[in-house]
Design a protein around this ligand. Structure first.
Ligand code: GLU
Length: 284
């Protein structure tokens, strides 16, 4: 007998939820049958997240009939926890400050089409990895803003072979090197998606991480962070993304398919759930 799962839905309040979110939330809630279904607000992107979107998503999920355990974890309230995790990684000698602007990275990368690519685009060329400690200190003392990056080559060499399990794919060997030196703390906030999600899934006691397959590769990085932070590795299940009749995935830009607009157009929650599962046509 497998233990009932603890799952979570972890939306970012950067827009209104759409049918794809409803599918993902329902997926997580179903996988938690007999266990616990948690909600987490991923609001570390201070430039894009808005309280009104958070209010709207809580209301929309409740309208759909989903029920989650309280309290809801809000990432912006736990920045100290991520900073502590960052300090642990720093203690392993795996981090360095990166002062590069986007433009500097673009200029350094040069011909984007020819540059080595990771899941999120061209890999960081490593400019700040190799600057002298003296220059580093000088720039910090000057008040130059910096992000914190993981020295991926060093981390992989220290971690050795790591694996994780996806319910669809089976055992997976971790290949975080595909991301290069990922950002673990952004210039504007002392954490990043990868770090916060890894720490939170642990602290919330999540045993099965369900999310869209667009985040499959991110799990390689999360597995690596778990290793250095001494965290358990949950099981994963990356689900296919809901797609429209045109084959394109739903996105926040599909305003007509927000849960809000479907509700305002008079659709009942059960009908919207059916649309989210492809059991009822989506209005054109
Ligand atoms: N916050 C992410 C999103 O809205 C989901 C993160 C996750 O499930 O790991 O896409």
């Amino acid at each position: 007998m497998t233990e009932p799962a603890v799952t979570r839905f972890a939306p970012s309040p950067t827009g209104l939820l759409h049918l794809g979110h409803a599918y993902s939330a329902l997926f997580a809630a179903r996988r938690a049958a007999g266990g616990r279904f948690l909600l987490r607000i991923e609001d570390i992107d201070i430039a894009r997240c808005r309280p009104e979107f958070e209010d709207a998503l809580l209301e929309d999920l409740a309208w759909l009939g989903l029920a989650w355990e309280t309290p809801v974890r809000r990432q912006s309230e736990h920045l100290d926890v991520y900073e502590a995790a960052l300090a642990t990684l720093g203690g392993h000698g795996l981090l360095y400050p990166c002062f590069c602007t986007r433009k500097e990275i673009r200029d350094e990368v040069g011909d984007v089409a020819r540059a080595p690519q990771g899941p999120d685009g061209p890999l960081y060329p490593g400019t700040c990895r190799n600057i002298s400690p003296h220059l580093r200190e000088h720039r910090i003392a000057d008040g130059r803003p910096y992000a914190i990056r993981l020295d991926m080559t060093k981390a992989i060499a220290a971690a050795g072979r790591l694996t994780w399990t996806d319910r669809r794919e089976g055992p997976v060997v971790a290949h975080p090197e595909m991301f290069g030196d990922v950002v673990l703390a952004r210039k504007d906030t002392p954490t990043s998606y990868h770090l916060a999600v890894t720490v939170d899934d642990h602290l919330q006691g999540v045993t099965l991480v369900t999310r869209g397959e667009d985040l499959f590769h991110a799990t390689h990085v999360h597995r690596l962070l778990q290793h250095f932070l001494g965290l358990d590795t949950p099981e994963y299940e990356h689900h296919p993304l809901l797609r429209g009749a045109d084959g394109k995935r739903y996105a926040k830009r599909d305003l007509s398919l927000t849960l809000r607009s479907l509700r305002e157009a008079g659709h009942a929650p059960a009908d919207v759930m059916d649309m989210a599962q492809g059991r009822r046509p989506v209005p054109a």
